[in-house]
Design a protein around this ligand. Structure first.
Ligand code: 13P
Ligand code: SF4
Length: 331
């Protein structure tokens, strides 16, 4: 697990507004959260896009793959999942007897929305030879209809391991799917869905940034569009971005993903400069869903044990198989 206990540099963020939380309030919140965590034998898992103060109190901060691996191996009785809803659902599917709480159960994802299970089911009927690979950014119902799950960190490996005699259907991110097709040479039918944050990055804004920071490498998430992926020095998951930045000799790096990751990058590489790629319409690149979670809501969910993830046993049973297959292939 990451050790975040020592960090005291915190910037308090609410969507679109950043203001520091008074230190006494921050300390009180942290104390209460840690007390409740101990009382309930809870673990706090947080995605790389979470607000700094949540990252700083979490037991583990990482990408979707790392988070599902942590969820699969935890011995805690309660998982407080700070990310978006599909991530907490995945943790519950892997731990049906545990309590999984999340700070805000309205934290959705445009990719999940793009693929309703009934539409996928209809589409699958059209070709019984489909082998369905679903990006983890999908609902439990969609996972239950899938042959295997992938994340951005293991998508290439998962597609390479897919049966050769099957027609591949990749849902719901057309950009990640297209990138994986380029990398593996394996044709796939792609569902038409995208992440509203990553499709906002444009070549023209990134070219302006490159001109301002000559020599700075650009790293982009595979949810970005082809033009952006093609101009990037590396295309990778958020966790691989962390290792890229640690290992790179460059002192300035341009980051084309949700800007929450900059906090962790700055903690790990304090001497480097990270330039967040701006979206085309505004200068920020924040996911409004990821930013719904706050320290106050984390405290409330640990206090009240809600909102919690509840799913029908039959759906969890069916959705667990393709998630476990992914974890096996990723080992
Ligand atoms: P990672 O698995 O790379 O962290 O991506 C999750 C996500 O939601 C990207 O928008
Ligand atoms: Fe979904 Fe995009 Fe937000 Fe990630 S950044 S959770 S893909 S909407």
């Amino acid at each position: 697990m990451n050790d975040n206990s020592e960090n005291n540099e915190v910037e308090y963020i609410v969507p679109g507004v950043r203001k520091p939380l008074p230190p006494e309030k921050l300390d009180a919140l942290r104390r209460e959260i840690l007390e409740l965590k101990k009382r309930h034998n809870a673990v706090i898992l947080a995605h790389n896009y979470q607000v700094p103060e949540i990252q700083d109190i979490a037991d583990y901060v990482g990408d979707s793959l790392g988070l599902s691996q942590q969820a699969a191996m935890t011995e805690a009785d309660v998982i407080a999942f700070c990310g978006v809803h599909f991530m907490a659902e995945t943790a519950k599917i892997l731990n049906p007897s545990k309590t999984v709480v999340l700070p805000d159960d309205n934290a959705g994802c445009t990719l999940e929305e793009a693929c309703p299970a009934f539409e996928l089911e209809e589409f699958q009927k059209a070709n019984p030879n489909f082998y369905t690979i679903s990006y983890i950014n999908s609902s439990a119902d969609v996972k239950a209809l899938s042959d295997v799950i992938c994340t951005s960190g293991n998508a290439v490996k998962i597609v390479e391991a897919a049966p050769k005699d099957k027609d591949l259907l990749f849902v719901p991110d057309e950009n990640l799917g297209a990138w994986v097709m380029e990398r593996t040479g394996r044709p796939m039918t792609l569902w038409k869905g995208n992440c509203y944050v990553h499709v906002e990055f444009t070549n023209s804004k990134l070219n302006e940034l490159k001109a301002k920071h000559p020599g700075a490498p650009l790293i982009a998430h595979p949810e970005c569009m082809k033009g952006v992926r093609d101009m990037a020095d590396d295309v990778c998951s958020t966790e691989k971005m962390i290792s890229y930045c640690k290992e790179s000799p460059a002192d300035t790096i341009i980051i084309a993903t949700e800007s929450g990751i900059i906090h962790r990058l700055k903690k790990i590489c304090p001497d480097k400069t990270f330039v967040p790629a701006p979206a085309s319409q505004c200068n920020c690149s924040e996911c409004k869903y990821m930013k719904m979670n706050t320290l106050e809501k984390l405290l409330a969910c640990l206090k009240n044990m809600e909102p919690s993830v509840e799913l029908p046993a039959e759906i969890m049973e069916r959705a667990r198989r393709p998630i476990e297959k992914m974890l096996e292939i990723s080992r």
